[in-house]
Design a protein around this ligand. Sequence first.
Ligand SMILES: Cc1cc2nc3c(=O)[nH]c(=O)nc-3n(C[C@H](O)[C@H](O)[C@H](O)COP(=O)(O)O)c2cc1C
Length: 257
Amino acid sequence: MENLGENLARSDLSDHHDDHAFDAQARDAVYRAIFTRRDVRGQFLPDAIPDEQLARVLNAAHHAPSVGFMQPWDFVLVRAPETKARVHGLFEKAHAEAAEMFDDERREIYRKLKLEGIREAPVTLCVACDRDRAGPVVIGRTHQREMDLFSSVCAVQNLWLAARAEGLGVGWVSIVDAEALKECLGIPERLTLIAYLCIGRVSRFFDKPELESAGWRRRLPLTDLVHEEDWGGSCGEALGTALGDQQDRIAAGAFGG
Ligand SMILES: Cc1cc2nc3c(=O)[nH]c(=O)nc-3n(C[C@H](O)[C@H](O)[C@H](O)COP(=O)(O)O)c2cc1C
């Protein structure tokens, strides 16, 4: 495996420890988790997840940043096959409705995609956001009310990356009616559904997003998405070259699997 931490940082002082950077190996591990994380739907193994391991990924979620340190998240762990079957029923209903929203050509592709692993994953996890957790006025949420929701999404991402490092796959299932799902799990109405995640050991992690392999969408060139100084400014040549080169190396699997 090429050392991506070093690789991506080639032009900085990559091995200076007094600048608070991780050493190259540790940094490489972080990037490896980021670049090899996948949304997993069809590769779950039935093995139970040990509580110690589950606790680590939940703690990763709980150490996410949150607006005003609200920690607005709650986690509902669902392992019972009967409950998962009910959630799967909600998915099937939403999935059928969703298919009707695409044009004929896309609908056929959409129907063939595997978009959840609810019954196969040994553990599923519902993440909800309690927007009232820290009272009505929250530092940082005063002018952007949705920041508590964004914070909860940060928790999901922390969990997702920690899970990847643990060898656990995570699949986010959002094709489900949020209120029906809350009711199914007894989550109070005043909470907001953030995510329903399928978690478990996997037979494999794919190299690329499944939607990319299925020809649904491609990863966009990062240089098109980085603007300098204002919206109208495109990214400078040196940065553009670095972004493009790195993106190519990442796509070529420079970080291992
Ligand atoms: C908010 C959110 C909701 C998603 N909902 C679904 C879903 O319902 N079903 C599914 O198969 N994938 C879902 N995904 C996964 C995306 O399709 C996936 O992240 C994307 O195709 C890129 O693939 P990757 O995560 O493997 O890199 C969701 C991802 C996010 C961030």
